[in-house]
Design a protein around this ligand. Structure first.
Ligand code: MN
Ligand code: MN
Length: 296
């Protein structure tokens, strides 16, 4: 891999780690999650990077894809299981990292199981390694605590300006001959739950992504579409970012842009049995036969 490219992957990882740790430091009882999200975003931009995607702040049975809405009044309560999933973009080279905290309380087995599953996976992961070797290790560790891994969420490859690119890494044993890439970035993200281990789409959407250029009948719609295409370059963005820039009518326009297929919607993902969900994630960079964890 080119040295300049490698430096950007590493720098994106470092900023992602700092953003995650900063988010964790803010996660106290009574704090608004909107303030945490905006604090994380400021931290990332102050470091000379951009968010790779909106900070995901998902609570309790919500597994992923929740970012605060415009004027979100949600505050943290003691005992909330909060997942902080963040990433940085340095010229399109990305990081993706997450940690879970129980607000105002000590870790439980739910968190320990997930953190240890990630450690096990990282100890195995290297270029061209069997994907199922990692999946099996994750499942084994989580089940050893009497908890369930989430079957339909997992790790993934990352490419420049593409946060989910190939190499799906299930969190359960899934026999296959698939192997990890030889060079480039991969995110590993075990999820554990007290429920059955399956996430379903909730109705709410707070995160979107450019899909394709489609003719909008509204001037505002055309302006928004052009803006997101140029500004985010195919990376996910928060609805609240667009409402902040274009005003309250943007909310309706975003919905109709999704309706004509111009934008992709990430529905909030929730555990089917309303089980509590925990997640830990790191980004790894493979080069010259070795793996470096960029977000540790
Ligand atoms: Mn993530
Ligand atoms: Mn990820």
């Amino acid at each position: 891999m080119d040295e300049t490219e490698k430096e950007k992957w590493i720098f994106a990882g470092k900023i992602g780690k700092q953003a995650r740790e900063y988010g964790l430091s803010l996660a106290k009882t009574g704090v608004k999650i909107l303030d945490i999200a905006e604090g994380i975003e400021k931290k990332i931009t102050a470091s000379g990077a951009k968010p790779a995607f909106p900070p995901n702040l998902s609570i309790n049975q919500i597994a992923a894809h929740y970012t605060p809405k415009f004027n979100d009044e949600t505050v943290l309560h003691e005992g909330d299981v909060l997942k902080i999933d963040v990433g940085a973009s340095v010229d399109g080279f990305l990081s993706d990292t997450a940690a879970t905290v129980i607000v105002g309380r000590d870790d439980t087995d739910l968190l320990k199981a997930t953190r240890e599953a990630l450690e096990d996976a990282i100890n195995i992961a290297r270029p061209k390694e069997s994907i199922n070797k990692i999946s099996s290790a994750i499942e084994k560790r989580i089940r050893s605590y009497g908890l369930s891994p989430i079957v339909n969420l997992g790790g993934h490859g990352i490419k420049r300006y593409d946060i989910h690119e190939g190499d799906f890494i299930p969190n359960v044993d899934t026999p296959s001959i698939r192997r990890l890439r030889e060079e480039g970035a991969v995110a590993i993200e075990p999820f554990a739950t007290t429920g059955g281990g399956y996430v379903v789409d909730g109705a709410e959407v707070q995160i979107m992504m450019f899909s394709k250029q489609r003719p909008s009948r509204s001037k505002l719609g055309r302006e928004i579409l052009e803006f997101v295409q140029n500004e985010y370059n195919g990376l996910p963005f928060a609805k609240r970012w667009i409402i902040k820039k274009f005003g309250p009518f943007a909310d309706m326009e975003l919905r109709s842009l999704a309706g004509i297929g111009a934008l992709y919607e990430f529905n909030v993902l929730k555990e089917q049995d309303d089980g509590l969900v925990s997640q830990f994630e790191h980004t790894l960079l493979f080069d010259k036969g070795a793996a470096t964890v960029t977000t540790i």
